[in-house]
Design a protein around this ligand. Structure first.
Ligand code: SF4
Length: 101
């Protein structure tokens, strides 16, 4: 198989799991609004966590977010939890600010 075919197959596979995401249409639960307060973040992430718990691609999603240093809530994990698990964010400004308090 040619390298391009492998890449195309890989891209199709990567996209395929996203089509089965339980969070479609719920972006507001998975990424913070500007200037989100800590209590609002806790409530938003608790609701997102419940959605992820019932999602059939949870493990794939979590691995994707860890590998790609994603921001936001993915695969049942917040960016703080991913960061603490050793999957560092590229610019962890919010993580530093939240852990300094
Ligand atoms: S695990 Fe959570 S963030 Fe990932 S696709 Fe499923 S619902 Fe969306």
């Amino acid at each position: 198989m040619a390298a391009v075919e492998i890449l195309i197959t890989r891209e199709q596979t990567d996209d395929e799991w996203m089509r089965r995401a339980a969070c479609k249409g719920l972006t507001h639960l998975f990424f913070p609004a500007p200037a989100e307060r800590p209590q609002a973040r806790e409530r938003r992430e608790a609701t997102a966590r419940q959605v992820c718990a019932g999602c059939q691609v949870n493990t794939t999603c979590q691995e994707y977010a860890r590998d790609h240093h994603e921001y936001g809530f993915w695969g049942g994990e917040s960016e703080d939890e991913r960061h603490a698990a050793g999957y560092r964010l590229i610019a962890p400004i919010g993580v530093r600010a939240r852990s300094a308090g």
